[in-house]
Design a protein around this ligand. Sequence first.
Ligand code: ATR
Length: 269
Amino acid sequence: SDRYCVFGHPIGHSKSPQIHAAFAEQTGETLSYQAIEAPIDGFADAWREFAAAAGRGANVTVPFKAAAWRLAETLSARARRAGAVNTLLLDDAGKLHGDTTDGVGLVSDLAAHAAPLKGARILVLGAGGAVRGVLEPLLETGPARLVIANRTAGKARKLAADFADLGETAGGGFDEIAGPFDLVINGTSASLAGDLPPLPDALFADGGLAYDMMYGAAPTVFLRWAAERGARTVDGLGMLIEQAAESFYLWRGVRPDTAAVRERLRRSL
Ligand code: ATR
């Protein structure tokens, strides 16, 4: 059967093998999908080894998304702009194509939760690779305004300028945040450390939604903080499943039903 995998470091806790096995079962596609821990400095070799062993495509996660971007021989327009590749596939001519499905995954999950997007005031926290990767699809939903706030203010300002052609953007430090916002997306890695960026109390508009790109068995510190301030909260498990579905579609041309997998995975956390 056709072989796929996810490369990361570490990769032990990845949910991707479970998700893709569920998609394959559901769609009747015959494929195998494994998790591979590539050495930190050995991503390109790990891909070559996998391809030589009949690997047809791969997902790429932390810390290899930029290395995958450099390795790909062709890039989708959205991957080129994101500066990151989370999906690799060999095209019919045997060329390695790189794409990114993180941004569409986020927007699909936001839409599934009826998040305010068109005409909304959106705040994005963080200005690293994870945020860069989702800005284009977010701006394409037509927000009134998208503000990027980051611990290092200059990075947020640069990102806002880089994407200013796609909509009304602004960037700055956490101390410059002037709410309220209809949607606040946490794209910092602060949750990992159990940290909360310094945020003003009056952050959310009435009916505002807090979204954390991270997920876990318990709500993140950001989502707990947001819930205490009356916001509706959603974690990033759905984004993980939606980006996987989009990768599956790129590889197989079939769209899995994500809702069924979402419930199963939530119970397994
Ligand atoms: P990723 O690929 O996950 O985006 P990254 O490029 O290292 O990883 O970016 C991490 C992001 O989380 C950055 O925006 C970082 O802020 P800085 O640019 O100021 O470094 C942010 N971040 C990490 N730890 C944080 C913390 N404890 N508080 C606030 N922001 C944090």
